[in-house]
Every structure is written in C-alpha cells, then in structure tokens.
Design a protein around this ligand. Sequence first.
Ligand code: ADP
Ligand code: ASP
Ligand code: MG
Length: 444
Amino acid sequence: MKILKFGGTSVGSAERMRAVASLIQNDEPKIVVLSAMSGTTNALVQIAEKLYQNKNQEAKELINSLHDKYKQVVEAFYTSTDIKKKAYELINNHFEHIRSFTLDLFTVHEERAVLAQGELLSTALFQFYLEEQGIPSVLLPALNFMKIDENEEPDADYIAKNLKTELAKYPDTKLFITQGYICRNAFGEIDNLKRGGSDYSASLIGAAADASEIQIWTDIDGMHNNDPRIVKNTYPIAELSFDEAAELAYFGAKILHPSSVLPAKQKNIPVLLLNTMQPEAKGTIITSQSKGGSIKAVAAKDDITAIKIKSGRMLLAYGFLRSVFEVFERYKTPIDMITTSEVAVSLTIDNSKFLNEIITELKEFGQVEVDTDQTIICVVGDFIAERSGSGLKIFESLKSIPLRMISYGGSKNNITLLINTSDKVEALTRLNDGIFERNNGNNA
Ligand code: ADP
Ligand code: ASP
Ligand code: MG
C-alpha cells in the first residue's frame, strides 16, 4: 500500500484535479489523501473570524463568494449531467451547513466544523470525477479513523485499528480517497491537525497502514536547500535522512508540516517529496540514511520569543534548570532552543499563549528578560561527517548580523541560531551564498 498526498495547489482547480487523477492511475493499492483546494482553508478561517466578531453580514458575503467559486469548479470539472447534479447538491449542502453558523452565537467547536469543510469538499468532488471516468474508488471518511487525544497528540493505536476496520470493508478496492487535516478530538468532536496538517495525516495514515511509501505531492520539486519564497537560486536536495527532514520541517521549511516526519521515521517508511507540476522530477527522498559530508539546507522559523532568566541562585545550584523547565511543562509550552551560562539560561518558545503566566512564575527565580520578533535559523547537515570548518562558514556568512543565541552539538544534524526577524532575509541570503557546495550529489 502506498500513500499519496496532494496539497492545496495540486487540487487547486478542476484542471489540477484531473492531472491528479491521471497521476494515480495504476494498479498499485493506494490511499490518496487530499488537502482542501488552495485558498479554501484561508477563506474558511476568514469566515470564522467574521463570525467570532459577530460580523455576520460580512461572513455571509465571504461564504457566498466561496460558494460561487465552487459552482465554477463544478461547471468546469464534469461533463455528465448526473454527476454535475450530484456535485451541485453536495456543494449546496456544505454551504448551507456553513451558512447555518451565521444564525446564532459562534463557538470554537463550530469553528473547527467550518474549517473541516475544505477537505470534505475536495475529496467528494474528486471522487465524483473518478466515478464519472469509471475509475473504481472508495471515499474513506477521515473522521471515522483519524483522532487526537486530550493532549492534541495523534492516537496512533486508535488510528491504526479504525483505519484497518474501514479498509477491511472493501477487500476488493485498490484506490481509496480520504481527507487530510481533519480528525476527531478526545471528545469525539471535529478537530484538525493544525494548518498544513494534511502532510501529517498522510504520514499518520502511512504508519497506521504499514505503507511501503509515503508520497507528498506539492507545487515544488522537493525540499530545497533554502526557503525559495525568500532566496533566489535555491535547489532541490536529492536525499535527506528522517532526522534532517524533521529538523527542517520543524524549523520552518513549509513544504512539510512540522510533525509529519516522525510517524514515517518510527515505521521506517520512505517519504518522497514530488512535484505535481513536474511529475518526472526526482524530488527528494527521505529515508533513514543520511548522505553525510555536507551542509544540506537552512530553514527559518518566525514568531519566536526568547526568554532569559538570570539568577545568582543558578551558580553551582543543581535543580535550577528542572524548576525552570517545570514552569514550561505546567503551561504545556515546548522549548525549542536553550543555551546556558553559569548565571543565566536563555530559551525560546514559539507558542506565547501563556507567556505572561510563565514570566510571572519565572520571576521567582530571578531577573527575566523577554525578546519578541525573533527568528530561529536552522542549518541542517551531517556535522559529524563534515571534517571541520562548517561553523566557520556559517559565522563568516553571518558576520554582519547580530546573533542572539547559538546552539550546536545538541544533535549531529543541526546548528541553530537566533536572530532578530528583521535580519532574516539577509541571513538566509548570505547563508545561501556562503555555505553550500552546489555539486554535492544534489539535484542542482
Ligand atoms: P501544499 O499545499 O502542497 O501542502 P505548501 O504550500 O504547504 O504546499 O508547501 C510547499 C511550499 O513550501 C513551496 O511552494 C515553497 O514555497 C514552500 N517552501 C518553504 N521552504 C521550502 C523548502 N526548503 N523547500 C521547498 N519548499 C519550501
Ligand atoms: N487545508 C489545510 C490548510 O490549508 C491543510 C493542508 O493543506 O495541509 O492548512
Ligand atoms: Mg502544506
């Protein structure tokens, strides 16, 4: 069984969805995981914002314009009158459902139900097309097997058990379609795996189904060595290890959801990053092997807050760090980077929901300084295999940029730096010119 996930741009129009249908046509058993059509989840987020603000008239206008967009998709997608009729009924029902939320007070549960509509629509519309083309397939409702627990972590056992039950209902079926992103939570309500979560769905489904391969089809030819939205002349990396890919995804390489590598790594399932616009391109293959020997890529993660705790009590004191970490644990706030000196510890968080509470508690240990608008720059490669000099290349490239924190040696895969967000573009550009050897077995 293979898992093939197609992102928003790849299913962004009737034409793109037809291209996807032709890409999946072979006899291999597969589960196709689809995102919402590009722009849809953003539009649903906007609708939810208006409903929260009680601006129901504006919400209705946004709903109408999204509905119109889907009517155009239906017109362009199908030729058969019967299928077209079914597709109109489908979209009209979904939009009536979304409109029903404009009638009374809007709650967080309703917001999640609204956000789920994009994937429910794209998968159903896509499956109607397969039906029109006479391609046998089954639509598997992700809400029947995809689940997160009370800590908002995927419930792997539940997912595996329920996915197998769903698949077993169709022993003769080779092609399954399902929704990315959406799931149920510990209370059985509709929820989601956070923005960009369809990649995570694909790898969770891959792990649950013991897939032989997970393919992430998107709008670029693999993981690039730098952020192509910011830097010119980036190139795709042919091979990455799970650990390298996980670092890049976690530290900002948008091509992969931050958590999506782990389920594949745990089951040792290769992940391929492929381009729907250029299906013949090699893309990136992610396996347990690292090619080693070089700096492979950089990524950047914004919206970071740095916190420094300075305390005379840290001097020669054991248990100090534990007490500091316990504060973050109490507020379920993960720490990304940490550096220490004899009298102070600096760390970073990307979730500042409980920042005020955390600062209040940390003040009991000493002086607390907070810097917002920080960016983590993560340089990924195989730094053990690298003979020497990678640090030099990195710091030489960044010599004009103030560095707030540096972390090296935590793993052999990365060197992480903290800078002001206002210096990010310059930092990524200078690193692009300064640290890469272009002919390192990459696709350059
Ligand atoms: P999808 O909708 O298919 O999930 P995304 O927009 O989530 O696609 O991810 C693909 C985008 O990620 C690319 O178009 C690219 O702009 C962006 N991106 C950011 N960093 C990288 C990187 N290091 N390599 C490749 N793409 C990246
Ligand atoms: N549709 C969701 C989003 O836009 C999930 C995804 O595309 O991966 O975030
Ligand atoms: Mg994505």
